[in-house]
Design a protein around this ligand. Structure first.
Ligand SMILES: [Zn+2]
Length: 248
């Protein structure tokens, strides 16, 4: 058995037996791991509060033959303000689900952890526009996952002129010369393309300082959702919750 200390965010948890849990943590040193938390559902458990989704903690773990086991934990940030607000909770759940789905087990990725933590702190502590955060997060996470769309040049001929179409199937902007009207293609106006490029360049901490048109953002959000589902071949359960809350 080897004992080690990691820091990470709890992505999800499932019950095990009568009083235990298996938690999935996205950690700094080991990437995404599953950890058994013995007794975490007992009323007097010392570790219970650190096994809840969103919790950012220091964890002492050891590895048996197959599984990691939690021995101690210390909360760094529980992100209560996310959990207390239904809109923030729905976006936060989507962020955790995306991190879970787009990361293989035990593949360390400090950039991805940085993106996760910045997003959660921003969601928790600021009045950032949630739709802007959502679309920016989507752009950043697909880029870190190896599916960065080409938005500066034509994905086919590399020209940077007459870029008017975003092709999901080709993976980015297509110029007028290369445009073929088939597959999942969206015509973008200049301000939509500008906003798309802003999502590419902006740091999350600067999101509160940008001006943008809500309708442009809505369109890009729709495109990013389709882009993600095309490349991950997945449906995200928490996305339905976001849409339901918006409708009500
Ligand atoms: Zn072209």
């Amino acid at each position: 058995m080897s004992l080690g200390n990691v820091q990470g965010v709890v992505l999800k948890s499932i019950n095990l037996g009568e009083s235990d849990k298996i938690i999935t943590i996205f950690t700094d040193k080991l990437g995404k791991i599953d950890v058994v938390a013995h007794g975490a559902r007992k009323p007097k458990s010392q570790i219970a509060s650190s096994t809840l989704p969103f919790c950012y903690c220091k964890f002492s773990i050891y590895k048996g033959k197959n599984l990691y086991t939690l021995s101690q934990s210390q909360i760094i940030e529980s992100f209560q303000r996310i959990i207390m607000d239904l809109e923030k909770l729905s976006l936060g759940s989507y962020i955790l689900e995306m991190i879970d789905v787009l990361n293989e087990k035990e593949a360390k990725n400090v950039y991805m952890l940085g993106l996760l933590l910045k997003s959660l702190y921003l969601l928790s502590d600021s009045d950032v526009d949630l739709e802007l955060l959502k679309t920016t997060f989507e752009y950043k996470i697909v880029s870190l996952s190896g599916y960065q769309p080409s938005v500066l040049n034509c994905v086919k001929c590399k020209s940077n002129e007459e870029l008017h179409f975003f092709s999901i199937t080709d993976g980015g902007m297509v110029c007028d010369k290369c445009f073929v009207n088939k597959g999942m293609v969206y015509e973008l106006n200049n301000s939509e393309l500008d906003l798309l490029r802003t999502l590419r360049n902006i740091k999350l901490e600067d999101l509160r300082n940008i001006n943008y048109n809500k309708l442009n953002l809505k369109r890009l959000d729709e495109i990013m959702e389709k882009y993600i589902s095309y490349y991950t071949e997945r449906e995200f359960k928490s996305l339905n919750l976001i849409k339901e809350i918006k409708r009500s």
